[in-house]
Design a protein around this ligand. Structure first.
Ligand SMILES: NC(=O)c1ccc[n+]([C@@H]2O[C@H](COP(=O)([O-])OP(=O)(O)OC[C@H]3O[C@@H](n4cnc5c(N)ncnc54)[C@H](OP(=O)(O)O)[C@@H]3O)[C@@H](O)[C@H]2O)c1
Length: 298
């Protein structure tokens, strides 16, 4: 297949294009800058110039492809809600040119948008409304294009890690370095799920090839890593003290990360593994990757 990949220059998208190429597919990567285009060419990826805000560039990329994987996202968290709405428009634009075809569209979401206190979130759990959780806009847009007959499926990501980046944990490392302490909230027993980058990239390919309409997949290996263990690993890596913050003090310490850092959001991938034959067991776990993380190198 010739696959249009948005976010092909990013952390996850660049792993996806290598996974696609290794499996014999062709990748057409979205690039919004000369530097991005060069990095794609160097990686053996065809370039499609455009921007998330330029919906015609998204439509034309999708139109010249056999399938689309959408991973681009503007991670400026000071404009988070606006960026989530931009993602809604991007998904709707990509889907609009796939109506009436069997060409698949894979949309990226997060396991964190499903709130199931006290139990594992499953693929069947509906996300919170985007009025409460802005990132749900991506899945709402997927539902909109599904209703128009597009073969769209959603991949919900947890913290995606290798030795270079570890999802939101990368921002926690930067904060701990700045503040001189590695913090967690309350007793730190709240959990974040996690997956290795290469396992996540493999799942995207399987989801693309499966072409199921309306499927939701959880790219989850570890169902829930306690924030206390993550804070301990950061403390070890940076050689800074590990401290607890009360819920009252969390916003002051963590800033925009305070929205995420006290949340307990364990998630299962049992259905995903059964549907796709995906086995995310070949790579290191989050704490092992953190213990060898490049961010801690002198
Ligand atoms: N990493 C995780 O642990 C994690 C967890 C949950 C969900 N997710 C989601 O997974 C997806 C991929 O994340 P990531 O970690 O790979 O992010 P990333 O490394 O920040 O990459 C983001 C990608 O989006 C592109 N992009 C940003 N703004 C754009 C714009 N206006 N027009 C065109 N392209 C634009 C970037 O292009 P440039 O190279 O030009 O900047 C880059 O290719 C996102 O939807 C993210 O929210 C990630």
């Amino acid at each position: 297949m010739r696959v249009f990949v948005t976010g092909a220059t990013g952390f996850i998208g660049s792993a996806i294009v290598q996974e696609l190429i290794s499996a014999g597919h062709q990748a057409l990567g979205l690039a919004r800058s000369d530097a991005g285009a060069k990095s794609l060419i160097d990686a053996g990826v065809q370039v499609h110039r455009g921007d998330l805000e330029d919906l015609e560039s998204l439509r034309s990329g999708a139109a010249m492809s056999d399938g689309v994987i959408h991973t681009a996202f503007n991670h400026d968290f000071s404009k988070y809600a606006a960026n989530c709405e931009a993602d809604r428009r991007a998904v709707e634009a990509l889907g609009s040119v796939l109506v009436g075809s069997d060409r698949p569209l894979i949309v990226t979401s997060g396991t964190g948008i499903v709130a199931t206190p006290g139990r594992l979130a499953t693929e069947d759990d509906a996300p919170a409304s985007s009025s409460a959780v802005p990132r749900s806009a991506s899945e709402e847009a997927a539902d909109t294009v599904a209703a128009r007959g597009v073969r769209v499926s959603v991949v919900r990501l947890p913290q995606v890690h290798d030795r270079v980046k570890q999802g939101l944990v990368t921002y926690l490392i930067a904060l701990a370095r700045e503040k001189g302490v590695s913090a967690f909230v309350g007793d730190g027993l709240n959990r974040w799920p996690a997956v290795h980058l290469l396992d996540a990239a493999h799942l995207y390919r399987l989801a693309l090839e499966k072409r199921l309409a309306g499927a939701r997949y959880h790219a989850v290996d570890e169902e829930g890593v306690p924030l206390r263990e993550i804070a301990d690993a950061i403390g070890r890596g940076l050689k800074v003290p590990v401290v607890a913050k009360s819920r009252d003090k969390a916003a002051g310490h963590f800033g925009w990360l305070g929205f995420f850092v006290g949340v307990d959001s364990p998630a299962s991938s049992a259905q995903t593994q059964e549907r796709l034959g995906w086995r995310p067991t070949t790579q290191l776990g989050l704490i092992a990757d953190l213990d060898g993380a490049s961010a801690f190198e002198a």
